[in-house]
Design a protein around this ligand. Structure first.
Ligand code: AMP
Ligand code: GLY
Length: 449
């Protein structure tokens, strides 16, 4: 049995653990919370500082790990992948330099421009207020201000959503400059967002089905931005508002970005490469890159991964992905997160959750534990972040959505919130109509096609 170190303990890591165990791995998890789903699967489980390289290497050594899979971004930013490789452990996850594709917005934008990769909005990078007002004047009403580093999704402010005038934009820039931060001011792109993730060994990429996440906390895409309230993927592995050309463009951008990273950093990018795209009237553009699997997107794609996940991870870590079979079942998936009320602003904490295993099993849906704690023999309690995710799959999006909703009836507790509108026909139709309106006469497939 291959012994694998898994770093992280959210729902994404629960899904990774399940997929690794299904393909015969023995998983030991270095965790930040008592995730009962991972604890039930893992041969070893310990709480610790995920972004402390030496602590992770010590854990990996104690568990004689032959392979490491890094879930979240913080350890990548801290150089944990470099430390694991230096200790002789094959690792899925880029080193600190390569992870700058996620940890520095300016680096990601500059990389695309330097290598002539399409899909980049107009942008400029600043570390002081000088020149910002002129650049905002050039951009007009459509601008976005982004803190250059990791900010847990809170560093981005978009005109019309969070900023309502150039004066407000300048105030935010002043705040960033005063805190010593670099920031990017870029063109606001209008369209529909989608995630296109690829397995990557530095040379070869294998692409995953496209997924659409829902970042806003409340139904109808209202409320504050969150880590993601739920997501869906379709049987075609594309999305109803995209055409074949959009998917090909996104694949090509990921491939070019991986090659550019290799050239610039002098090392192969071995891990998951997550392109956050937006389909616009002018084709797909890149919103951001992440150096890891998306959460919740990982739950969608791993649910329908037909091939064994362990050899894919070994292929990424050792530069042999080209030898691996990577296939996904032609099924639709729908994921909805159960979160504490107020998540995204002022979440309730320590709500008690009850899972009705029988109901859940009868629904056929999968459940993944996220930022919850359940000591052995104790009760299941939320923290201030996402609690559990329910994933349905099926031969159509409607069947997957119905299965997800049936699974959700097996989760109860007070003070919880779910976006039930995700992947329902009205919201799907709205996405298609929005894209059709933006593209004018360009034909897009109908929902469910
Ligand atoms: P990021 O952290 O870069 O993913 O940004 C968070 C969210 O801000 C994205 O999911 C988008 O909804 C929005 N966003 C970021 N950049 C842009 C842009 N250039 N145009 C429009 N929306 C953006
Ligand atoms: N789904 C958004 C993220 O993983 O960053």
């Amino acid at each position: 049995m291959t012994r694998v170190l898994l770093l992280g303990s959210g729902a994404r890591e629960h899904a990774i653990a399940r997929a690794l165990c299904h393909s015969g791995a023995s998983v030991s998890c270095f965790a930040s919370n008592l995730n009962p789903g991972i604890m039930a699967l893992a041969a070893g489980f310990e709480l610790g500082e995920l972004d402390a390289p030496q602590a992770v290497v010590d854990f990996a050594t104690r568990h004689r790990a032959e392979l490491a899979v890094i879930g979240p971004e913080a350890p990548l930013a801290a150089g944990v992948a470099d430390a694991l490789r230096a200790a002789g452990i094959a690792t899925v996850g880029p080193g600190r330099e390569l992870a700058r594709i996620e940890t520095s917005k300016a680096f990601a934008r500059d990389l695309l421009v330097r290598h002539g990769i399409p899909g980049c909005p107009r942008y400029r990078t600043f570390d002081a207020l000088e020149g910002v007002a002129d650049w905002l004047a050039e951009l007009g009403d459509g601008y976005v201000v982004k803190y250059d580093g990791l900010a847990g999704g809170k560093g981005v402010k978009v005109a019309g959503d969070h900023l309502h005038s150039h004066a407000e934009a300048l105030d935010y820039c002043r705040e960033l400059a005063a805190s010593g931060g670099r920031f990017v001011v870029e063109e606001k792109l209008i369209g529909e967002e989608f995630s296109l993730m690829s397995f990557c060994d530095g040379e070869t990429l294998r692409h995953m089905p496209a997924v659409q996440d829902h970042k806003r906390a409340l139904e109808g895409d209202c409320g504050p931005n969150t880590g993601g309230m739920g997501s869906y993927s379709d049987t075609s592995h594309s999305l109803a508002f995209l055409d074949d050309e959009d998917i090909c463009t996104a694949h090509a951008i990921n491939e070019a970005a991986a090659a550019a990273l290799h050239t610039e950093c002098g090392a192969p990018y071995r891990g998951f490469l997550y392109g956050g795209f937006i389909a616009t009237s002018d084709g797909p553009k890149l919103i951001e890159y992440n150096a890891r699997l998306g959460d919740p997107e990982a739950l969608n794609v791993l649910e329908i991964l037909q091939s064994d996940f362990l050899p894919i991870c070994e292929g990424m870590a050792t530069g042999t992905l080209g030898d691996c079979e990577v296939a996904f079942r032609p099924e639709a998936t729908v994921c909805k997160y159960v979160v504490p009320e107020g998540y995204g602003v002022q979440p309730r904490r320590d709500c008690r959750l009850v899972i009705d295993e029988e109901r859940l099993a009868a629904s056929g849906a999968s459940l993944f534990y996220a930022a919850v704690n359940q000591p052995p023999g104790g009760t299941l309690e939320t923290t201030s972040s996402r609690a559990v995710a329910v994933v349905g799959s099926g031969a159509t999006l409607a069947a997957a959505e119905a299965q997800c909703e049936a699974g959700l009836t097996g989760v109860s507790g007070r003070g919880l919130h779910v976006r039930h509108d995700i992947a329902t026909p009205p919201l799907l139709a709205q996405r298609v109509a929005h894209m059709r309106q933006l593209r004018g006469s360009r034909v897009v497939p109908t929902v469910g096609a």
